[in-house]
Design a protein around this ligand. Structure first.
Ligand code: HEC
Length: 164
């Protein structure tokens, strides 16, 4: 009796694999790599703007000229982007009291003299490659021009809006 049970058990996997549904996925019509022509990329899905402001290091960034004038429009866009990307840590007023900032290593006060007296290129560099210690960089996830808009917002409006 036990021998029969054993034989049945041994045979079970083969029986299960023979079921049609075991092979459904394997036998489906599928495209193999390099076999078909890739569909055209929809307009605007891949950034072709590249990295127009390549900077070697932070020191070199200080002399970068901002290509974006601090117009009301630029500051408005900078504010919107700031609220999306930065306010979680730096807070709506730049003081470093955003919900994540409070539980994290304290973020630098962006209204401080230390930041407000920085060259635009230096802040652009921070947004691109990250802070001095742990702040993440946005090289891969933010349009370079938007980074300059945020710089304009930080240096031309944030402090005033914070009531100072
Ligand atoms: C995950 C939290 C976090 C986010 C998001 C964040 N920061 Fe920071 N930031 C920090 C921390 C922490 C520091 C201080 C430590 C460091 O420099 O890495 C800092 C430092 C800075 C500094 C000062 C760097 C220096 O020169 O000493 C600037 C400027 C700055 N952040 C701007 C921004 C801007 C602009 C954004 C949005 C694009 C942003 N940060 C998003 C956490 C954050």
């Amino acid at each position: 009796m036990p021998v029969t049970v054993l034989l049945l058990l041994l045979g079970l996997p083969a029986f299960v694999c023979a079921m049609p549904w075991s092979w459904d996925m394997f036998k489906q019509k599928s495209y193999r790599a390099q076999k078909s022509i890739a569909p055209p990329t929809p307009e605007g899905t891949v950034s072709t703007k590249g990295k127009p402001f390549y900077v070697r290091d932070r020191a070199a960034a200080a002399s970068l000229e901002s290509p974006v004038e601090p117009t009301e429009e630029s500051i408005g866009r900078g504010r919107a982007k700031y609220m999306i990307y930065c306010a979680t840590c730096h807070g709506d007023t730049g003081k470093g009291d955003g919900p994540v900032g409070k539980k994290y290593i304290p973020p630098t006060d962006l209204t401080s003299e230390y930041v407000q007296s920085k060259p635009k290129g230096d802040i652009y560099y921070t947004i691109t490659y990250g802070g001095m210690a742990i702040m993440p960089g946005y090289e891969d996830s933010m349009d370079p021009v938007d980074r300059w808009h945020i710089v304009n917002y930080i240096l031309h409006s944030l402090k005033k809006e914070a009531g100072e």
